[in-house]
Write a protein that binds this ligand. Sequence first.
Ligand code: NDP
Length: 453
Amino acid sequence: MPQFDVDLFVIGAGSGGVRAARVAAQYGARVKVAEEFRVGGTCVIRGCVPKKLLVYASRFADEFEDAAGFGWQVPSPRFDWKTLIARKDSEIARLEGIYRANLERAGAELVEARAVVEGPNTVVLPATGERITARHVLIATGGKPADQPHFIGREHAISSNEVFHLKSLPERITIIGGGYIALEFAGVFAGLGSKVTLVHRGPHLLRGFDDDVRLSLETAYRDRGIEILLERTVARVDKAPGQLRVTMSDGSMHDTDVLLSAAGRVPYTQGLGLAASGVALNEKGAVIVDEFSRTNVPSIFAVGDVTDRVNLTPMAIREGQAFADTVFGERTTRVDHKQIPTAVFSTPEIGVVGLTESEARAVYSGLQVYKATFRPLKATLSGRQEKVLMKLLVDGATDKIVGAHMVGDHAGEQVQLLGVALSMGATKADFDRTLAVHPTAAEEWVTMRTPVA
Ligand code: NDP
């Protein structure tokens, strides 16, 4: 047996890397983790967590507005961006500290430096030239905002990395993209009072989601005053005094204060020494792995967004856990990448699990579609017109629920529990048998009786 400095060298202290490092160390492995930026990765530092805090902040606008319908007199509320950002930053710093402490407690050593792979069992720290040999190397470097689309003046656009640190709340913001990040920030800035323009190249937002969900969100966003420009792209951006002038592919122009490009993320593999070490990458630059997250180089593994399988934090954590269980815990574990509950923290929120209607129709000839759209009870006094959408897809042959989709308050919370039901193979009869909790919005899941299609 060759001797190595460590049993596991992890590159990247994000969700997947930290989980793998901690679990491997708890199994007794000698572990080092390299991180070039901040401990916690995209999710904790400049993704899910700070985003959700901003989402919470933005939703108070609805609460203030609705309060009047319930008899409250709310003096015209004022919002201070700097306070929010400072409080968000201190919470993120606290979480980063917890991540560090958890690594330390598990016995994994943190190396605060960039690390590069030099061969199947060697990692080098370019800053010091130090070489570390490792029985296994885990690539967990995540992703980064795509350098897309290209247009004249692209350098004036910011990405989701910078949006968390804007000096002030923009009066106007233009957002490129129709996916998770674009829609979440559109909701945040609209709620905080910015004039939001959303530019998307496709005919509808949220490609890949159920059509009813897509249309429902578009309606809600337009009603909330968000301008949605579809089937158009940004052609050029010019800096004018104190603002940006955006020229669109159809020749129209508008002025804005901030241009946010949220047109996807790409695996972060450049300059990592992977190709030179013989690690196979796909055409998008993602590390190619098998069902055990192993690359074509047997000692090198990869988990999380860098593998571009399902780019969600809980999936990276699960892949990191499965890797450590398999390699260090003698418990061979595969990760199931199917039937994943997910939420878009737009306002209104989206929660989905399972197939969309068009995907389900292609598989099940006797598909039954149950749908409910309604104004929630709270809206009766607030006067809010926004509708909740709930949709269940049932395979008529087996009665199994194959998809559940929601747009409305707490959709993310609801779909977490629907995910349990679907992963247990719940049938429509199981839902029907379940007593409603009244009055809730969620009761609609168990009271939809007549298929609409
Ligand atoms: P998405 O893939 O969700 O969306 C990218 C959007 O950008 C799409 O609307 C896409 O259009 C558009 N786009 C891509 N390339 C171009 C281009 N060259 N010109 C114009 N438009 C373009 O990526 P996001 O950046 O929003 O998020 C990245 C990933 O991060 C998500 O897929 C998700 O996995 C994860 N994430 C999850 C969150 C959550 O769980 N709540 C929150 C945030 C991110 P088209 O549809 O036509 O391809």
